[in-house]
Design a protein around this ligand. Sequence first.
Ligand code: HEM
Length: 488
Amino acid sequence: MFQLLLDVGPYCLCFYAVMILGVLVFLVSRLWKMLRQLNQESRADIPPGSLGLPLIGETIQFMAAINSGKGFYDFVRVRSLRYGNCFKTSIFGETHVFVSSTESAKAILNNDMGRFTKRYIKSIAELVGNQSLLCASPHHHKLLRGRLVNLFSTTSISLLVQQFDELIVNALGVWEDEGTVIVLNEALKITFKAMCKMLLSLESGPELELLQKDVGRVCEAMLALPLRFPWTRFYKGFQARERIMSMLEKIISRRRRGLDASAEDFLQHLLAKDDNSCSGGLHRLTDAEIQDNILTMIIAGQDTTASAITWMVKYLGENEEALEAIKAEQLHLAEKTSKKLFLTLDDLNEMHYASKVVKESLRMASIVPWFPRLVLQDCEIEGYKIKKGWNVNIDARAIHLDPMVHNEPNNFNPSRFDDESKPYSFLAFGMGARTCLGMNMAKAMMLVFLHRLLTTYKWKVMDSDSSTENWAIFSRLRSGCPVHVTRI
Ligand code: HEM
């Protein structure tokens, strides 16, 4: 063969080489075309969107949005404008799909076929603990929820209304001395005290202050990369979690030794040996389950309710018509309740317009902007194929602000709730088996706050900026809503 090539001379050699190269180029280009066609066919039914770089995906862009001053939701907002109602991305090494139609929300939250389960990103799961209701497997979640839901009975909410009213009356009493107050800071103090009293009967003292600081650190670490180096935000949050766990351990041990056993709080109910609900076949919680879920409830209840109160004060302060309507209702109610020391649950049931103000504030603010779920079986959403192991997130904020779902969605209009709203169009507290456990409690806290504020002060919002805080897991107003108050 070699001899033959030498024999045919250099010109023929070149000719053969060009021929072979030509055939090769032809074959490779055909193969490339076939592969592209195949790829396009399989891509046609998976959601649009970019998976970013190998391994890290779009994590850098996600972290940049958290740090940008526009808030972490901006990452989702920009992509949903680009790709529409359903898109995919990759964060923290996992594929995430975001969906924002009421039909998809219904299918996922109803979860009739058991195709989805709740799952948070790794950092959140590690900080709240693996026994938390937020991270439990479907079976474990059922046991935990069955036990915890008893704590939120009408009787305990009635008690909370009085406790919360007392806290607010005391807190608002000193506002006029300050002239200008940052509503978010005040609301955080009030809701934290309310949660700690309700859960642990902690009312004041160094233990409460330490706990408040540590809960703040845990919340700040929730969106951080789960890196355990001493200088990282996540590490500091994790250390704070450990301190909270050991504080709760000590409190539980005191109760078990019969100290503070007369306390009427959630912890005492969970520890009670003769608890009726457990004799009725319900799961008795272990100490680890109690600890993780007490922390979960503080986090789930404090920041959310305080943020909601802050947005509500801002929206009302900026909407004269709604403010006048609610004032008339509350002043009328105040005439009836003036002889009573504290408000009752029955009084709250008469606050019809205020209830709509609460709902409208929650719709516009979307405190929990999206709800994450893990896909347990291959399925189809919005006509796209969704694979087992992916995460789907229901973009509640996009639904709340969709003009096809809510007329003039950017206008604060509590009366929109006079008419029956479309199914799955109001998702402030979620829906289905994972609906917010503290929903009625949060609404009660917001109504009591409104009543006391409206019947005590006039206020003027001093900063109209609506941007949200960096690193906050819930939508929190960055300015904190500074208001100037004058006693009526
Ligand atoms: C305005 C205040 C609040 C808002 C906007 C809010 C919102 C939500 C939302 C949207 C969910 C469901 C998320 C999902 O489906 O993935 C949820 C779950 C939860 N919330 Fe709230 N919440 C508030 C107040 C509270 C309070 C006061 C507590 C308790 C004391 C609480 C405890 C919980 C718990 C334990 C869950 C998990 C339920 C489960 O997974 O079974 N929340 N909340």
